[in-house]
Design a protein around this ligand. Structure first.
Ligand SMILES: *[C@@H]1O[C@H](CO)[C@@H](O)[C@H](O)[C@H]1NC(C)=O
Ligand SMILES: *[C@@H]1O[C@H](CO)[C@@H](O)[C@H](O)[C@H]1NC(C)=O
Ligand SMILES: *[C@@H]1O[C@H](CO)[C@@H](O)[C@H](O)[C@H]1NC(C)=O
Ligand SMILES: *[C@@H]1O[C@H](CO)[C@@H](O)[C@H](O)[C@H]1NC(C)=O
Length: 514
């Protein structure tokens, strides 16, 4: 008996290990690392609301939802899903295994609506990086996690393209973190299709050093509408032409115009056909679940789902394609990286990126201050936050008008980032309070800020050494050292949820301030 149990266990392990082969990028193509066959994502964008009462939407932590949806995904012939919102906590084992067993790879957005670079007031701090690191820890262990997206449609107009510098810093830092963990998972960016900034966006994410460049690029594109459109008239031909000779893979991270209904998905034949397969690695149709915007293939109702009229059309279109790839061994990449776009009226992101944010630097700076914010965390109620934002914000307008707040400010157009610009909102607030206090020669009342500030005795006599300090979690060496981030996946839902919420509010509060 013992022997048979042992061998059953071994068989089980062998099966699990062989369930899905990791993907690997070589040049501008994606391959199955074991078979060397080229991989084309036959993907779908997947973000159903979860069934449980959990406030946080993380479909990959919801076994019931995955069990409900898997038969549809298999029936559609899908081999990849893109999931927009997940959380580092919660248990993803069941869903990820179900997907792996069905041969389905996962592309995950790192950001959430609250944990993200904000396009109109971009800031990047160690709280945000730490959150992304915990997500990488939570999902990096699965063989079918094949890619992370460092951002989705962040810049959407020429006047907010500066946010791209912050997103690209996230690309750089998450790539370094993944490497330090001995993993090989690609990090890319998914762009919206805005003709005015399209070219600059795509070249920006593929320019600069290897450490900074995106591993792949994603286009959310809805140009091909209906059966009457062609490869040329849809605009696809021009798009594809512009990626000729690229050195990184390109995906349609969203497609599926629904202006003409029902959708018959003629673009599917193009995406997986001869005109595109040399350059594109497939795509993700938008989207699995029917929402008010009418893009869904499946209408969900509690524990069950039903097909919308687009469902069979998409299934048929996908079943008809047979993308022809090359073997990894016979492919020699010849593409090249891009030149960074020049600063212009259409582009305001320097190719000098914000520094890697460091808790050590910011904690050190805090220890050198004599006047600090009384608040230890940003208020969680809207009214308190408003009072905080308005009161401190008003005073700051005056303060930073008369003293230099460059140390806590960023100018991504000029590529200038203050040494504490990567500190979180409260830390930067304290820095400004202290700067004013010093400017006023510490006279009574100059560290008050309507009761929001308090005098303290600094632990450090100077901040001179602070900017040299790096967090161990960001260094390539000593990756397995027990830093406090690696246990993120064990956090309780409520605890982490409040951290998530407060750091987003912190960003929002600071936005109101300067
Ligand atoms: C910075 O500190 C915060 C709060 O402790 C933590 O959540 C985050 O993971 C840390 N970031 C890094 C990069 O270590
Ligand atoms: C940015 O440009 C858009 C138009 O592209 C305009 O609607 C918006 O007001 C501008 N924002 C700022 C802050 O100038
Ligand atoms: C293709 O690239 C050119 C610059 O080389 C750019 O002006 C044009 O907008 C791009 N077209 C598309 C469809 O991306
Ligand atoms: C890495 O860890 C070892 C032992 O834990 C230590 O001696 C060494 O200084 C560390 N190196 C770095 C770069 O932190």
């Amino acid at each position: 008996m013992r022997i048979s149990i042992a061998s059953a266990a071994l068989v089980g392990m062998a099966f699990q290990a062989a369930a899905i082969d990791p993907l690997v990028i070589k040049g501008s193509k994606v391959f199955n690392s074991k078979t060397g066959e080229q991989f084309f994502a036959k993907g779908i964008d997947y973000q159903p609301d979860i069934l449980s009462t959990n406030q946080i939407r993380d479909p990959l932590a919801d076994k019931a939802a995955c069990s409900r949806d898997l038969p549809f995904l298999k029936d559609l012939g899908i081999n990849a899903i893109r999931v927009y919102q997940t959380e580092p906590f919660g248990n993803h084992d069941d869903c990820m295994k179900m997907l792996a067993d069905a041969g389905i790879y996962v592309m995950l957005d790192l950001s959430t609506p609250t944990e993200t670079i904000i396009r109109d007031s971009p800031a990047y701090d160690a709280d945000l990086l730490g959150y992304y690191q915990r997500k990488i820890d939570a999902f990096g262990k699965y063989d079918n996690t094949f890619a992370f997206l460092a951002g989705n449609e962040v810049a959407n107009a020429a006047n907010n393209t500066d946010a791209s510098a912050f997103v690209k810093a996230v690309v750089r830092d998450t790539k370094a973190y993944i490497k330090s963990k001995g993993l090989s998972i690609a990090v890319g960016y998914a762009t919206n299709d805005d003709a005015a900034i399209r070219w600059q966006m795509q070249t920006y994410f593929d320019c600069g050093s290897d450490e900074e460049r995106a591993d792949f690029y994603g286009l959310n594109n809805y140009e091909w509408c209906g059966d009457k459109a062609t490869f040329e008239s849809s605009g696809y031909a021009n798009i594809v032409k512009n990626y000729t000779d690229w050195n990184i893979p390109v995906f349609m991270t969203e497609y599926g115009c629904n202006a003409i209904r029902p959708r018959t998905f003629p673009e599917v034949a193009a995406i997986y056909g001869d005109k595109m397969t040399d350059i594109f690695s497939g795509g993700f149709v938008y989207e699995y679940v029917e929402e008010t915007n009418n893009y869904g293939l499946v209408k969900l109702s509690g524990n069950s789902g039903s097909k919308t009229e687009d469902y069979d059309n998409f299934k048929k279109a996908l079943a008809a394609v047979n993308p022809k790839g090359v073997k990894m061994s016979s492919y020699s990449p010849s593409g090249k990286e891009q030149n960074c776009p020049e600063i212009s009226k259409d582009w305001i992101a320097s190719d000098t990126l914000p520094p890697t944010p460091s808790n050590a630097t910011c904690d050190c700076m805090m220890q050198s201050l004599s006047c600090v914010s009384k608040l230890k965390s940003v208020p969680t109620s809207d009214s308190e936050l408003k009072t905080f934002g308005e009161t401190v914000g008003n005073i700051f307008g005056t303060v930073c008008g008369s003293i230099d707040c460059g140390d806590v400010s960023s100018d991504a157009k000029a590529g200038k980032y203050g040494k504490y610009s990567g500190c979180n909102a409260l830390q930067r607030v304290s820095w400004v309070m202290n700067a004013w206090y010093e400017h006023e020669r510490r006279v009574d009342g100059s560290c008050d800020f309507d009761g929001f500030a308090t005098v303290t005795s600094p632990e450090l006599s100077s901040d001179a050494k602070c900017s040299d300090q790096k967090d161990s979690s960001n260094s390539d060496s000593n990756s397995s050292s027990g830093d406090s981030n690696s246990d993120g996946s064990e956090d309780t839902t409520s605890g982490t949820a409040s951290i998530v919420a407060s750091s987003a509010l912190a960003v929002a509060a600071f936005v109101a301030l300067l």
